[in-house]
Design a protein around this ligand. Structure first.
Ligand code: ATP
Length: 239
């Protein structure tokens, strides 16, 4: 079996005296969609931020293609082939949709790929193609979420990190978004997906991990997790 694209072992992240993540281990095989589940404050965002180099690991390792990238800066990590679509989007509100996408391509060494990548972004999210000249700040929440994902795709990442892409969005938009993730998956895109929405994530993912107060407490094939009563128990906080 080939080694996983991403392997996190015993990750710990501290915010001063507070522990954001205590002990998280997980693997993302190439071509898979892996869901990272957990309720508010479980540590999902912290894990993704540590992988992307936005949060600093105080313990453990983050191996990407066999190299420990923990502690490396975000700009160096994105050049290795990882891109994050963050919670809260962090778009350039005054810039057009297309300019936001082009900014996502900044880490690309080969600028000649940009037209093809723009085409791909607009094929995955046709709604963005209709709005390519609109300022990002005037778009709906769903459209901004699509733009954040599309911008991450513009660096042609081997691993796409998605932080709560359904958060605060209307169900119809969430369906459109998840159809796009399924299409990307079918195309071979590897995805690590943090979600609070369990059913949605498990329907899309191949494999899932559940976090509880900063620790991985459950893992398994997504289809088996759908029927696992422990998943609901952990979410409801019932001991
Ligand atoms: P949510 O769905 O609410 O974003 P999450 O599962 O993504 O939750 P995190 O945001 O990673 O969880 O938070 C994990 C823990 O780390 C929480 O206890 C949170 O209060 C803490 N935390 C996160 N960011 C910071 C920060 N910048 N400073 C201090 N503590 C933080």
């Amino acid at each position: 079996m080939s080694p996983p694209l991403l392997k996190i072992s015993h990750l710990e992240v501290r915010y001063g005296d507070l522990i954001g993540v205590a002990d998280v281990s997980l693997e993302v095989p190439k071509g898979a969609v892996v869901a990272l589940l957990g309720s508010n404050g479980a540590g999902k965002t912290t894990v993704l931020n540590a992988v992307a180099g936005i949060a600093t690991a105080s313990g453990g390792t983050v191996e990407f293609k066999g190299e420990n990238i923990a502690g490396q800066p975000a700009y160096a990590i994105v050049r290795k082939g990882l891109a994050l679509s963050p919670e809260g989007w962090r778009l350039f509100a005054q810039q057009s949709v297309e300019n936001n996408l082009l900014l996502g391509a900044t880490p690309l060494a080969d600028r000649a790929r940009i037209p093809r990548l723009l085409d791909r972004a607009y094929t995955v999210f046709p709604r963005l193609a209709e709005r390519r000249l609109q300022r990002a700040g005037t778009m709906s929440g769903g459209e901004r979420q699509m733009l954040a994902v599309a911008r991450a795709l513009m660096s042609e990442p081997e691993l796409l990190l998605l932080d709560e892409p359904s958060l605060g969005l209307a169900p119809a938009i969430v369906d459109v978004m998840y159809d796009s993730f399924s299409a990307l998956h079918k195309d071979g895109q590897t995805i690590l997906l943090a979600e609070q929405s369990v059913d949605l994530a498990l329907e899309t993912a191949d494999y899932a991990y559940v976090l509880q107060v900063g620790r991985t407490v459950l893992k398994g094939p997504a289809k088996e997790m759908l029927d696992n009563p422990d998943v609901q128990r952990i979410y409801l906080g019932v001991e």
